[in-house]
Design a protein around this ligand. Structure first.
Ligand code: 5GP
Length: 190
């Protein structure tokens, strides 16, 4: 998505060789028009996959996942991050390290909102090491639903997450691929 690349160049800040601050378009402020374009793009890429439910993890994935679900005409479910795990027989839980916070968080999805016969599209904001994605992939697997693919807004190719997800045989589509953040410069792939 050329427009998204342009907005990233204009509105993001390289924090280190590993981290890009995307608060202006993804993690703090949201441009509804641009977000709808992202949703249309994901919906177009997965239009033949028979998606019945879009799933994301709170909070930064929600806006793009909402736009995608609206375009596909299916419900959006967001896995919640929990500070404590109270016994809940309906909950599917995984413990995942948080890339930006440097802590471990528990993500939880209620069985009420995912069914065995679902075909699930998982949408997220950024993939780095892939811990968050692997956690949700495990949860979806345990639910019995079929994961048709993963859509991420920004893929950081210099970290292992996207590669390891694809090696699991999962279809992963990204809107923008970043090759490097070296020397304070964003280098895109393609
Ligand atoms: P992972 O689990 O793939 O290592 O990291 C995924 C999550 O960490 C993303 O959903 C995102 O919220 C956050 N994250 C990872 N890398 C970056 C980054 O470079 N910038 C920002 N703003 N968030 C990131």
């Amino acid at each position: 998505m050329e427009k998204l690349k342009q907005r990233i160049l204009e509105e993001s800040t390289v924090m280190s060789e590993q981290v890009l601050n995307l608060d202006g378009i993804l993690n703090h402020q949201v441009d509804p028009g641009l977000t709808m374009e992202m949703g249309r793009e994901f919906a177009a890429r997965f239009k033949d996959a028979g998606v019945t439910r879009v799933i994301t993890v709170e909070s930064s994935g929600i806006s793009v996942a909402f736009a995608t679900a609206l375009e596909l005409g299916v419900p959006l479910v967001f896995a919640r991050r929990k500070k404590t795990l109270l016994a809940d027989p309906d909950a599917l839980c995984e413990r995942v390290p948080s890339f930006t916070k440097g802590i471990v968080t528990d993500i939880m999805l209620s069985r009420k909102y995912i069914r065995e016969q679902d075909k699930v599209l998982f949408i997220d904001d950024i993939i780095a090491n892939g811990d968050a994605a692997r956690g949700l992939v495990k949860i979806i697997g345990r639910s019995g639903a079929e994961l048709v693919g993963l859509g991420v807004v920004v893929e950081k190719c210099f970290q292992a997450g996207a590669r390891t997800i694809r090696e699991q045989g999962i279809r992963l589509e990204s809107l923008v691929k970043i090759e490097s953040l070296d020397n304070g410069t964003i280098t895109f792939t393609d």
